[in-house]
Design a protein around this ligand. Structure first.
Ligand code: ADP
Ligand code: MG
Length: 607
């Protein structure tokens, strides 16, 4: 059935109902009232400066600072500026109309002249955040316009206000908050200083509190990179992180299309410490501190960096405390990733030696990026370095070339070998070196994930830990060693060792190896070991936590001791098998406690 329109109209909102909502729910954090009022004072000052530059204000600018004053006895906080001020009509327009932004209006009017630069206000709601802490707010203001009369506006947070004439000699505004009894915590100088330093540390107009300027109005990121020296970047880093070691290098971000973004990101020394503190990148919008929770804007791996990002184009909600989903955020994300990759690539190309020296510090970061962002991988694959046991560095491509001839298996797969511990896995490293294989050192917490990504990305390449198998099986070649044992004897040896080893999760194989290799080698199947490693780094233990260590006991069929076993009686066989098995355990650092004590005793007896 067709529906019939009976009535159309506008929904009405009663200010009495909406006001408490603004006061109570719009802002989660009460302290931001000060950020909003100081931002308004800064805006008023910036507007006046702009008008002067357009020739619309011909008077003396004088000293333009914003001051914040606390009067504990009168229980007031006053924010004063020497900006454009307001006439009574402007108060009615900008203050009495909730959610009408004078800042927006100004930006719109002057945007062709660059008037959109440096104005903070946006939503037309900031002023009312004063009522989160004040029971009464007064504005005493005098417009910059010639012959303007000073006016006073006063409102107790109900929907009624009063405008009267006032005394004010100077141009500008005083916003006087009469602090409510439940907000007296803000009547503390140290609390106010804390808030001002948090949000206003880099505001573009000087902010004075208790006779001191609390901010640096020209922070480094607003300057032209060409005018800055290394010392300037280092000094700014110290300003942000007074107790940190000097950073390795930095990137000055500077775009204005398709979005506006400036900032400086520093690479800290990371070493192997993956648990480095995050939240070291601060987000600003037009030099007003917004948050140090940048996880939505900056890709996860880049959060290991320190520094500042400033963008008026980051879509913030009204309270500015969190981001709104927006296409810009993705673009910003992509831009920062690209810039960081380009910087690393530039250092790599211009100063390979220096880059190698820094790689132990930034490797973790680069690998994290490679694992988590395809776009980053596309660039980083050309500068990410692999280090071998001799301390030599290779790019992926260089390493492929270096290993191709010796380490390609019979199926045409390139096998890269690595050690997580050159000391513990020394025996395996030596065996592999004897075959002229190269061994990488991949010993950081992130490497098990990194290796997985490498295998996914690189064609026909597998990566194995040196002790994943006996040396001839790590990289299988067409040429096979002959066994000196008959099939029957091999079977007997296998049974013998199975009786000696007798543990869950272990398996015994008898295979021909060169006679000068060890009689027994213990290896850890790559796949199983990697699963356990990954579980450990991701902090989950559930699935593999209770599983016994899986390993393979490979008996060298061609070792003279193995041949000797056949000539012995049962007990002697067992004793010898046990002794060589214990030796293999010992070389893997797996012989402990009673077993170790007994092994030592037996050995002493033999000697
Ligand atoms: P916004 O700053 O987002 O525009 P606010 O609610 O913070 O919204 O302020 C509303 C308007 O009131 C401002 O845009 C400005 O026109 C005016 N205003 C507020 N504070 C001052 C001030 N200190 N000096 C001059 N005008 C002010
Ligand atoms: Mg504002």
């Amino acid at each position: 059935m067709e529906s019939v329109v009976q009535e159309k109209g506008n929904l009405s909102i009663h200010t009495e109902n909406i006001f408490p909502i603004i006061k109570k729910f719009l802002y989660s954090d009460h302290e931001i009232f000060l950020r909003e009022l100081v931002s308004n004072a800064v805006d008023a000052t910036q507007k006046l400066k702009q008008l002067a530059s357009y020739g619309e204000f011909g008077g003396e600018l004088g000293e333009l600072k914003v001051s914040v004053k606390l009067d504990e006895t009168a229980k007031t906080i006053t924010v004063s500026d020497r900006g454009i001020g307001m006439t009574a009509d402007e108060i009615k327009k900008y203050i009495n109309q909730i959610a009408f932004s004078g800042a927006e209006e100004f930006v719109e009017k002057y945007k062709d002249k660059g008037g959109d630069k440096g104005i903070i206000g946006h939503f037309g709601l900031g002023f009312y955040s004063a009522y989160m802490v004040a029971e009464k707010v007064e504005i005493v203001t005098r417009s910059y316009q010639e012959g303007a009369e000073p006016v006073r506006w006063i409102c107790d947070g109900s929907t009624e206000f009063e405008i009267t004439t006032a005394e004010k000699a100077e141009r500008g505004s005083d916003i006087i908050l009469h602090i409510a009894p439940d907000s007296e915590e803000f009547l503390s100088a140290s609390r106010l200083r804390g808030i001002l330093e948090k949000y206003g540390k880099f505001l573009p107009v000087e902010i004075e509190f208790e006779d001191k300027i609390i901010n640096n109005p020209n922070p480094i990121w607003t300057k032209n990179p060409a005018d800055l020296k290394d010392e300037d970047y280092l000094a700014f880093y110290k300003e942000l992180h007074p107790f940190s070691e000097d950073p390795l290098f930095w990137i000055h971000l500077n775009v204005d299309y398709p979005f506006n973004l400036t900032g400086v990101l520093y690479f800290p020394k990371l070493k192997n410490d993956f648990q480095v503190q995050r939240e070291k990148i601060q987000l600003y919008s037009r030099q007003v501190f917004i948050t140090d929770e940048v996880k939505d804007i900056v890709p996860d791996f880049l959060q290991l960096l320190h520094g500042v990002i400033d963008s008026p184009d980051i879509p913030l909600n009204v309270s500015r405390s969190y981001l709104q989903a927006d296409g810009n955020v993705k673009k910003i994300n992509g831009y920062i990733t690209r810039k960081v990759a380009d910087k690393l690539s530039e250092i790599f190309r211009n100063d390979r030696e220096g880059f190698e020296k820094k790689f132990d510090d930034i490797g973790l970061f680069v690998k994290y990026g490679i694992i988590s962002e395809d776009k980053f991988y596309d660039k980083a694959k050309d500068f990410c370095l692999l280090k071998n046991t001799e301390g030599k560095y290779f790019t992926f491509e260089e390493y492929r070339e270096a290993t191709q001839a010796t380490q390609t298996d019979k199926d045409g797969n390139l096998v890269w070998l690595y050690t997580t511990d050159t000391q513990k896995q020394d025996g395996f490293v030596q065996s592999a070196r004897k075959r002229s294989y190269d061994i990488l050192v991949l010993d950081s917490v992130i490497d098990s994930h990194f290796i997985g990504t490498l295998e996914q990305k690189l064609e026909k390449t597998t990566v194995k830990r040196v002790d994943a198998d006996t040396v001839d099986k790590l990289i299988e070649k067409d040429v096979k060693l002959e066994s000196v044992l008959s099939k029957d004897d091999e079977e007997k040896v296998k049974k013998l060792f199975e009786a000696v080893v007798a543990g869950a999760g272990t398996s015994v194989v008898v295979e021909p190896m060169p006679a000068d290799e060890l009689p027994v080698v213990i290896t850890f199947p790559e796949f199983m070991r990697r699963m356990t490693d990954m579980q450990a780094t991701s902090g989950q233990r559930s699935m593999f936590g209770n599983m016994p260590l899986m390993y393979t006991v490979s008996v060298n069929a061609n070792h003279p001791l193995t041949s000797k076993l056949a000539s012995l009686d049962d007990d002697a066989q067992k004793a010898l098998a046990k002794q060589i098995y214990d030796l293999a355990l010992l070389s893997q650092g797996m012989l402990n406690g009673q077993d170790l004590t007994q092994f030592i005793q037996r050995t002493v007896e033999v000697l």
